[in-house]
Design a protein around this ligand. Structure first.
Ligand code: 5GP
Length: 115
């Protein structure tokens, strides 16, 4: 069994977070340490530690994460100018929380992906 992270507590609203969207599949909330004017994390309600652990059964939910990201980008008013979606996997990508999450970043020119 994968070990729960702080994100499970956020999903269950046991600890505070600025939740901007939640349904039966995913939860989205503002990152505690924003790297851009808009920085929102979109996570599955189901605990999946890393991208390496996704299965074909997760495909609909993973697609839903992108649909939700697009809706939130519109709500945030950053859809026309643009934004970046990032998912980190394990140490070379700097993954810190082992519950998969998609970063939605925007609200300024983000520059090139790898500097
Ligand atoms: P990673 O580096 O794993 O891709 O990103 C983890 C992200 O989760 C970081 O951007 C970090 O600021 C954010 N984060 C970690 N703990 C918390 C928390 O308790 N609340 C919120 N809202 N964000 C968190």
């Amino acid at each position: 069994m994968a070990e729960e992270t702080i994100f499970s507590k956020i999903i269950r609203r046991e600890i505070a977070a600025d939740i901007v969207f939640q349904d039966d599949k995913v939860t989205a909330f503002r990152d505690i340490s924003p790297q851009a004017p808009t920085h929102i994390l979109i996570i599955p309600n189901k605990l999946i530690p890393t991208i390496n652990d996704v299965t074909e059964q997760d495909e609909a939910m993973l697609g839903h994460m992108i649909t939700v990201a697009a809706k939130i980008a519109k709500q945030e008013g950053i859809d026309a100018n643009g934004y970046r979606l990032i998912m980190n996997c394990n140490k070379d990508a700097g993954q810190e929380v082992f519950h998969i999450h998609m970063h939605l970043l925007g609200g300024k020119n983000l520059g090139r992906l790898l500097g």
